[in-house]
Design a protein around this ligand. Structure first.
Ligand code: AMP
Ligand code: FE
Ligand code: FE
Ligand code: ZN
Length: 292
């Protein structure tokens, strides 16, 4: 079981995507809570890296990463990429394309909501998104209009859940291509929340085996969206396929209820991930780490 054991949290979001905590505050919070390593993995962007790096407190390691929007056989899935070179052109171009598609689809969803008389406007959604725009920003606009009470209520067929009344799909990268792009940029790829059934359909073990063959390094086993049987299955599958098992919070600030460090990764697994990466190094904060 996972009880803040090691202090290594390998999946978090900031205001550079759909989290509510700025990157510089996220690293400070991580240190204050006693974490020893934190990965910043905003959706399809590295825009938060610099601010996190600049504010990195002493004693905290920063694993620079991304959460890539992928697809396999019509099923949306997320792949975490760690320690890749952000300037590698092929992967950088893919991330830019995904962000561009997100803007257009968010605008279309906002316009549909506006036409339905909800009071939501594209202008307001844009104001709410400080970086990569996502459905949580539209959810926030719906909350402001008093139409729903929480972000998760927006993810229903009535609103912007997959296939829902106001939902518009976004561009996603074929998952095997995504893994190859991350790896070719010197990074290391981990399948995020592979069994998070609450978000929609999940892929079968055959797809995970194909991902492993394409260079996947690990599975995010310990995640708030996985029940105990799902974790047991995924850790057995990871062993079978020679993959690492990670754990992380997928912290989004107040956009979700999970707390920073809710699930963690062992130091041995982090070391194995780092050993496979050649894009950028893990950064270590210097100084006394006093929160600024
Ligand atoms: P998008 O990236 O725009 O497709 O929106 C997906 C994001 O919304 C995910 O990364 C989560 O942060 C969030 N999300 C997905 N499902 C839910 C849910 N049921 N409740 C709250 N947030 C969710
Ligand atoms: Fe998110
Ligand atoms: Fe995700
Ligand atoms: Zn995430």
């Amino acid at each position: 079981m996972d009880v803040l054991g090691t202090g290594i949290d390998l999946h978090t979001h900031s205001t550079a995507s759909d989290g509510t905590v700025a990157p510089q505050d996220l690293v400070r919070q991580a240190r204050e809570q006693g974490l020893t390593a934190l990965a910043l993995t905003d959706h399809d962007t590295t825009a938060g890296w610099a601010a996190a790096q600049e504010a990195l407190p002493g004693g905290l390691r920063l694993v620079r990463g991304v959460e890539l929007s992928c697809v396999a056989g019509g099923i949306s899935l997320h792949v975490l990429g760690y320690l890749f070179d952000p300037a590698e052109p092929a992967f950088a171009a893919t991330r830019a394309e995904l962000r561009d598609s997100r803007v257009h689809r968010a605008q279309r969803m906002a316009e549909r909501l506006e036409q339905a008389g909800t009071g939501v406007t594209w202008q307001r959604v844009r104001e709410l998104a400080g970086g990569t725009v996502g459905r949580p920003h539209l959810a926030q606009a719906l909350i402001e209009q008093g139409l729903i009470g929480s972000v998760s209520e927006a993810f229903s067929p009535q609103w912007i859940g997959a296939g829902g009344r106001f939902w518009v799909p976004k561009t996603e990268v074929d998952v095997l291509e995504g893994i190859r792009l991350i790896t070719a940029a010197g990074g290391v790829a981990v399948f995020a929340h592979p069994a998070a059934a609450s978000r929609g359909r999940t892929v079968g073990d055959d797809v995970i085996a194909a991902m492993a063959a394409a260079g996947l390094a690990g599975l995010e086993v310990d995640h708030v969206d996985h029940d105990e049987p799902a974790r047991a299955h995924l850790s057995a599958l990871a062993r079978e396929l020679g993959l690492l098992s990670t754990g992380s919070s997928d912290f989004h600030g107040t956009a979700k209820t999970v707390r920073l460090g809710a699930h963690t990764t062992s130091p041995e697994v982090l070391a194995a991930l780092v050993a496979r990466a050649s894009g950028v190094p893990v950064l270590v904060g210097s100084g006394d780490g006093a929160p600024g």
